[in-house]
Design a protein around this ligand. Structure first.
Ligand code: 8YV
Length: 324
């Protein structure tokens, strides 16, 4: 008999078929308590769980006594209670490599659109304002050869450093838990403490996961350290930044502009002050959202679940130590 799993994300047809050759699949829209209650038997017998973004906590796990593996269609897993999974020896699989290059592209898009005011200026053209040429009020600031500060030198930080170094001739500063030889040797990235990075960078790019240590790492004091001309980019997780402090910094001219793909609350509330600031480019958490990469992430998550439920945890497993 095939093991049962719960699928809480839409998948391309071929990947759904692949999943169905290995498992009996129950598809649900989300993991809300009412959904779980409605499919109580399926949750009670499921050995696997596949989807993204929803909270997987001890309350949900209590409804899934047979669960052996979870697979998220994302690199980030801050929505999972990893301690609770570990206590039950449930594997957590994620998709760390397939989205790296695409997210780095998105970060460069945020850097360029914030500095050159691409969105704002394009809107002015559409509004018919380009009637008799443009003046200095349409100008942006240069990106090439400016100093890029990268907070978090993981896979995405490295792909960003590559683009900035070879494509834009940008000197790179970085802060991370440890020195990164590849970043230093290939892209001449210079390791520095966080304060130095904030003070010396023209672009401050945050590519950190959300953990207890990174929550509100960047707040009022950090924005005050940045150059008044600095552009702040966040493509990691929203709560790494104290968003109220960011809004104040943007309003008070502590920093020049921000390019944001992630927010403390998502979707971003329509009354967020960020939406009325002209010096903000706000994207709807689309770092990895290309057809190719989202397919590759979904495929990776499907294969990860098949592997995990067959005891294969050599790659893409957050907690291989719980494998029996
Ligand atoms: C996904 C992400 O957009 O992988 C991540 O951690 O933030 C994004 O790539 C998101 O998790 C939805 O799948």
């Amino acid at each position: 008999m095939k093991p049962s799993i719960i699928l809480y994300k839409a998948l391309p047809d071929d990947l759904l078929q692949r999943l169905e050759t290995h498992f009996t699949v129950t598809r649900v829209a989300d993991l809300k308590p009412e959904t779980v209650a409605q499919h109580a038997d399926a949750f009670a017998s499921a050995q696997g769980l596949l989807g993204s973004s929803e909270k997987v906590d001890s309350e949900l796990l209590a409804k899934m006594p047979q669960l052996r593996a979870t697979s998220t269609v994302s690199v980030g897993y801050d929505n999972f209670d990893v301690d609770a999974l570990n206590a039950r020896k449930i594997l957590l699989m994620h998709t760390p490599t397939v989205l790296t290059e695409t997210v780095a592209d998105t970060i460069m898009a945020l850097v360029l659109s914030s500095a050159r005011r691409v969105v704002e200026v394009a809107e002015r053209v559409k509004a018919g304002e380009w009637t008799s040429g443009i003046g200095a009020d349409w100008f942006g600031i240069d990106v090439h050869h400016k100093t890029l500060g990268i907070i978090g030198m993981g896979r995405i930080g490295l792909a960003l450093a590559q683009r900035a170094h070879f494509g834009f001739g940008m000197p790179i500063l970085y802060n991370a838990r440890r020195h990164h030889t590849e970043a230093e040797e290939r892209f001449q990235a210079r390791y520095c403490d966080l304060d130095t990075l904030l003070k010396e960078s023209d672009f401050v790019c945050l590519v950190l996961p959300l953990t207890d240590e990174t929550h509100h790492l960047i707040g009022k004091a950090q924005f005050e350290m940045m150059k008044k001309s600095a552009i702040f980019i966040n493509a990691g997780r929203g709560p790494v930044v104290d968003e109220a402090a960011l809004i104040e910094a943007l309003k008070n001219g502590e920093i020049h502009a921000a390019g944001l793909d992630v927010f403390e609350q998502e979707p971003l509330p329509v009354d967020s002050p960020l939406l009325s600031l002209p010096n903000v480019v706000a994207l709807p958490h689309i770092g990895s959202a290309t057809h190719e990469t989202r397919y590759n992430m979904a495929e990776c998550a499907v294969d990860n679940l098949i592997d995990a439920l067959n005891g294969k945890v050599e790659k893409n497993c957050v907690n291989p130590q719980v494998a029996s």
